[in-house]
Design a protein around this ligand. Structure first.
Ligand SMILES: [Zn+2]
Length: 893
């Protein structure tokens, strides 16, 4: 799932040493539940009470007892167990032991249970939650309806199925699940499998779904409400996109994308999609991401619904990428599941890579690999594709892709950029090293060998090794079990030799333990076909490179390493920029910016590169530059150099904007629409008077006639109008946000409110987070938005501190553990690091520690970097002053 805020329960397990990880074996899989009793089939019946926000349930579980036991141990959380019986014999109440701390339910049997099949029956009651964990409710506005509606949804990954029904809630315990639910008669109920029987009963209807194939408990799903769907069929598979009433038309795009992606995956995996139907469900709240429940994927509404009249190109691309990610999980994650959470990256790294590959295949014009990763969470610092993961991985607070999961804190810290994005980057590097066809054949072998079962990372390496004949496990070891990644230093040696030397690349990290990797290196003499080598030791040499020709490592930037060139190699590269493709130029920009952060090269080197780039309007290239300018701009907030920096930043970006203009031309590339939106927002933030005035004008026209403003221009124009808003404009934006029933539009307006620079308006925006104007899962991130975009992280923090309890009530445990540290990452004063440490000590649980450590590191880094930048910028800007004297005079060449 591409989501970052969810709960992990406490685990009482230890993973074996990673270096000696074995192929999957059920009995050796970590976990706290004994492996002597295995559930085979669950039949679950649930009756929700919408008034009281509770539910009652009953389940019958067929058990296979493999060794005689005197007790049954399974998971349950916040469930009240009414009765329990085994093989028809009711257990006394005293035999039912709930252990809330360990989320366990223990049933003492009185006598020994023999090996073989037995039946467990339980009756229980539980809660319908406000946050997206277990069974939850959402209240939402329906177009034309007088009162707000309510609907139900579920979110079980990683360990919340146990809030819905008692179960063996660990991924290796695969079983068949058959759900029956009672809902109001006018509701549509959805689960993993098609409806098998539906009949009217007093006060509603009872819906029974077909039993699932054997699968982990966390993949169960239940959604119900006044919903409607659009449908189609792809081969034998029934496809539906389901949303709240009145939104069917915005479901068409997702339906078409689903059909296209399904065919691609049926072919890629070599095993056809195994369930009779696939539902894509839009939820108007509850959580912010999407979840790959087998056969019925749930999405936050704006990640699935595309309105051709009001949604932006950016939203369209986002939707496709998220669907492709979630659908990849239907095989990789659902059909074949990681054995334990220490292998979570197998699920998430793979789905991220596969989703990007599929999206890029059908939409080459979107520059998928070069641009920011899908999906983006508005509360997170934006970054470029793998750059966000590499930035985090260079710090002292990073961790290996694969790590033992023994406690809740360790499990939580595994669900992050490293798992998703470094996992994706490593797989991409491995694919390009083994070759696309060989890699795909290895994946086919892996899926066929392990379907309806679980795996470890070793199982994947074995399949890839068998097919490729290469020592994949040996290459992978350094990347999967070590933190960090290498820097490769390029030095022109004697004659036509180029020497390579690797070291660990770090930022803000004193005395890092030295590490080495087996690096699949690609290289090229510019203008010639690329070559490759596997760098196995600290140094290596590339031969036959003409001394006067530009030479580049990491072709297309597909490798997960940085490169530092010596002076003569750098000069040759600068001279050859026109002959490099955009992927290689973006790679040079990103590496150079990283080297500036690491203090290996001065800031001037980055801008030297920017100014020498060919004057093309390539999207990914401009976005990398915008990302850097934006980062510097935030550090300069309130600094005397900021206006001069704004002028310089405008001079770099304005020519690109003048080339794309305000649009309206038919037949332009989608990338042009993305680029225009990015440039308007950036130039507006850098105080370009013409852009700001034009944004205001267009907003005024929009108020009179919404059709006058194309959807792509809405987010940046609202953002700029909001940024410089007076109270009257703020009120207009707020009014629009209150009125719309589209989750996407609503978010655009409230984002604009959050960006207001006027401190009075920031104080007016913040209390909205305590109301129910925004979906619960989004409301508290309004505060993060204010911290990031208004330039007043201090005001946002003061507000959050004073209202912490009410804010945290809107999120789940992980959200609560990361919320405060998240707010602090927008500070760049060392004193705030101390303040956070002190606050954490007195107010935050121990499991927050890794997140606090990351935030402290980020603040300290920004503080140090700010001092360094300001000093270097003054010198740089002095040298630019003469060239910068007029507005939008063009680039400085
Ligand atoms: Zn995922």
């Amino acid at each position: 799932m591409p989501r970052f805020f969810f709960v992990m329960a406490a685990f009482l397990t230890m993973s074996s040493a990673l270096s000696s990880e074995k192929p999957f074996s059920f009995k050796d899989t970590p976990g706290k539940l004994p492996k002597d009793v295995v559930p085979m089939d669950y039949a679950i019946r649930v009756v929700p009470d919408i008034e009281k926000l509770t539910f009652s349930g009953a389940e019958t579980v067929k058990l296979s007892v493999r060794r005689r036991v005197r007790e049954l141990m399974l998971n349950a959380l916040e469930l009240k167990i009414e009765t329990a019986s085994v093989d028809g014999k009711t257990l006394p109440a005293s035999a039912i032991k709930s252990d809330a701390n360990n989320e366990l339910l223990k049933l003492e049997l009185g006598s020994e249970l023999t090996t073989g099949e037995h039946t467990l029956e339980l009756r229980f009651t539980g809660r319908i939650n406000q946050q997206g964990q277990g069974l939850f409710y959402m209240r939402y506005q329906e177009q034309g309806a007088a009162t707000r509606k309510i609907m139900l949804g579920s979110q079980f990954e990683a360990t919340d199925a146990r809030r819905f029904f008692p179960c063996w809630d660990e991924p290796a315990f695969r079983a068949r699940f058959q759900l029956t639910a009672v809902v109001p008669e006018n509701w549509l109920a959805v689960s993993n499998m098609p409806v098998e029987d539906e009949h009217k009963i007093p006060n509603g209807k009872e819906v029974r779904f077909a039993a699932t194939p054997p699968m982990p408990s966390y993949l169960n799903v239940f959604v119900a409400g006044e919903l409607e769907s659009v449908e189609s069929k792809s081969g034998p598979t029934q496809l539906r996109v389901i949303a709240t009433k009145g939104k069917a038309e915005t479901s068409r795009y997702a339906l078409e994308a689903t059909a296209q992606i399904l065919q691609y995956y049926n072919d890629y995996f070599g095993v056809a999609y195994p369930l009779p139907k696939l539902d894509q469900i839009a939820l108007p709240g509850g959580f912010g991401g999407a979840m790959e429940n087998w056969g019925a994927i749930t999405y936050y509404e704006s990640k699935l619904l595309f309105d051709p009249y009001s949604s932006s190109e950016e939203t369209k691309q986002d939707i496709y990428g998220v669907i492709a990610h979630e659908m990849a999980h239907q095989w990789f994650g659902d059909l074949v599941t990681m054995a334990w959470w220490d292998n979570l990256w197998l699920n998430e790294g793979f789905a991220s890579w596969m989703g990007s590959k599929c999206t890029a295949h059908f939409n080459p014009q979107w520059e998928v690999w070069l641009r920011r990763e899908f999906p983006r969470d508005p509360s997170r610092r934006s970054g470029i594709a793998k750059e966000a993961a590499m930035e985090g991985d260079a710090r002292s607070t990073t961790h290996p892709i694969q790590q033992p999961v023994a406690t809740e804190a360790e499990a939580n810290s595994a669900f992050d950029d490293i798992t998703y994005k470094k996992g994706q980057s490593f797989l991409r590097m491995l694919e390009s090293f083994l070759g696309e066809d060989v890699f795909r054949n290895g994946i086919r072998r892996y899926i066929t060998a392990h379907m309806y079962s679980n795996t470890t990372t070793t199982d994947l390496w074995n399949s890839l090794s068998e097919v490729s004949g290469k020592p994949v496990a040996e290459i992978a070891a350094g990347w999967i079990t070590q933190p960090g990644f290498p820097l490769v230093k390029v030095r022109r040696a004697q004659g036509s030799d180029v020497s390579l030397k690797q070291e660990r690349f770090t930022v803000n990290f004193r005395n890092p333990p030295p590490l080495q990797w087996k690096i699949p290196i690609t290289f090229m003499v510019v203008g010639q076909p690329p070559g490759s080598l596997l760098m196995k030791s600290e140094t290596d040499t590339v031969h036959d490179i003409p001394a006067d020709r530009a030479f580049k490592l990491n072709v297309d930037g597909a490798g997960n390493y940085r490169v530092e060139y010596d002076e003569s190699s750098w000069k040759l590269l600068l001279g050859a920029l026109k002959s490099l493709n955009v992927a290689d130029r973006v790679n040079l920009l990103s590496d150079t910016w990283a080297l500036v952060q690491a203090n290996h090269v001065p800031l001037a080197r980055y801008f030297e590169l920017v100014e020498k780039l060919p004057a093309s309007g390539e999207l990914a290239e401009r976005e990398q530059i915008i990302h850097v300018l934006d980062f510097i701009n935030r550090l300069l907030s309130g600094n005397a150099e900021q206006p001069r920096f704004h002028r310089y930043a405008r001079s770099l970006l304005r020519p690109s904007f003048d080339a794309v203009g305000w649009g309206g031309r038919t037949g332009e590339k989608p990338a042009t629409a993305n680029l225009r939106a990015s440039l308007i927002k950036a130039l507006g933030e850098f105080d370009d008077p013409q852009i700001v005035a034009a944004c205001r004008e267009r907003f005024k026209a929009y108020l009179a006639d919404p059709g006058s403003l194309p959807p792509d221009l809405r987010p940046p124009i609202f953002a700029i109008v909001g940024r410089y808003a007076k109270e009257s404009t703020w009120n207009q934006l707020h009014e629009l946000g209150l009125k719309t029933t589209s989750v996407e539009e609503k978010q655009n307006y409230y984002n604009a409110l959050a960006g207001a620079m006027d401190p009075k308006l920031a104080k007016k925006t913040l209390p909205i987070a305590l109301t129910d104007e925004l979906p619960t899962s989004r409301a508290l991130f309004l505060v993060s938005r204010v911290a990031r975009d208004s330039g007043h992280p201090d005001i946002a923090w003061e507000f959050a501190k004073a209202n912490m309890k009410m804010l945290l009530a809107k999120t789940d445990a992980l959200g609560a553990n990361t919320y405060v540290s998240g707010l602090f990452t927008f500070f760049s004063d060392d004193s705030r690091a101390k303040e956070l440490k002190a606050y954490a000590k007195n107010n935050l649980p121990a499991v927050s520690a890794p997140h606090v450590a990351k935030a402290v590191d980020e603040i300290q880094f920004r503080s140090e970097f700010k001092n360094r930048l300001v000093a270097q910028l003054s010198v740089l800007l002095n040298s630019k002053t003469s060239a910068n004297s007029s507005e939008s005079s063009g680039a400085i060449h």
